[in-house]
Design a protein around this ligand. Structure first.
Ligand code: SF4
Length: 226
């Protein structure tokens, strides 16, 4: 075992996270991390429930309304990540980004599952997820902006559509693959208060006319928390 990996193990023991079954390679794997924080899920089916969010750097899309600076990150080993998350009394983790599916998430997932964490992901769906990796899959397709980028992850627990005026029929071929359907009004900082207000109203009207869909609001923004 290299000195580097021994150091990683030692750091993990200090963090209280060492498990005899951990693979040394898994613990030393690095990921681009923008931030790790404990908050309350503000969107979708788990709205109102506390979660630890691991925000990964990098994305394969460039949505004009994106509010995440996913181009700036630091490299964290799995040991570093465990040290961060184990300070919180919470067993529910959300992989978000950026686009977390750009990473090989298995090494991190193995170490987290060994510690009985429940793993969710928020993905744009352009990369298919391996079976058994994630416990709760939320796909938020962006084909209203990128109609030529195919959705590869066509099943999951929730489909969360950011609504900015597109036709709902865009999702006709996707909806059967998901248990929960959410429409979330796009909050577009570059647009006027009026535009955003009209878009909120349009989203509400669409949900009333299509009761298979439910309204998702970014309540974390209303609360002014992460
Ligand atoms: S897919 Fe998500 S993270 Fe990537 S640019 Fe679009 S909104 Fe931002």
């Amino acid at each position: 075992m290299s000195q580097e990996v021994v150091d990683e193990f030692t750091a993990c023991e200090i963090a209280g996270g060492f498990r005899g079954g951990d693979d040394a390679g898994d613990l030393a794997t690095t990921y681009p991390i923008v931030e790790i924080f404990h908050s309350v899920q503000g969107e979708g089916a788990h709205s109102g429930s506390p979660r630890i969010f691991i925000r990964f750097g990098r994305c394969n899309l460039r949505c004009e309304w994106c509010d995440t600076n996913f181009d700036e990150w630091k490299d964290f080993t799995v040991v570093d990540i465990l040290g961060e998350i184990m300070q919180y009394d919470c067993q529910n983790i959300v992989f978000t980004g950026g686009e977390p599916a750009l990473q090989d998430l298995w090494p991190l997932a193995r170490c987290l599952k060994a510690r009985e964490y429940h793993l969710s992901i928020e993905t744009n769906g352009t990369i298919e997820l391996p079976d058994g990796l994630i416990d709760w899959v939320c796909v938020s397709p962006k084909d209203q902006l990128y109609p030529d980028v195919g959705i590869k992850q066509r099943s999951g627990d929730e489909l969360k559509v950011v609504f900015c005026g597109q036709d709902l029929s865009l999702y006709d071929e996707l909806i059967d693959g998901f248990d929960h359907l959410f429409l979330q009004p796009c909050y577009f900082e570059n647009e006027s208060v009026e535009w955003n207000g009209h878009n909120f109203q349009a989203t509400e009207s669409l949900v009333k006319a299509n009761p298979g869909w439910r309204l998702s609001l970014q309540t974390q923004k209303w609360l002014g928390v992460l």
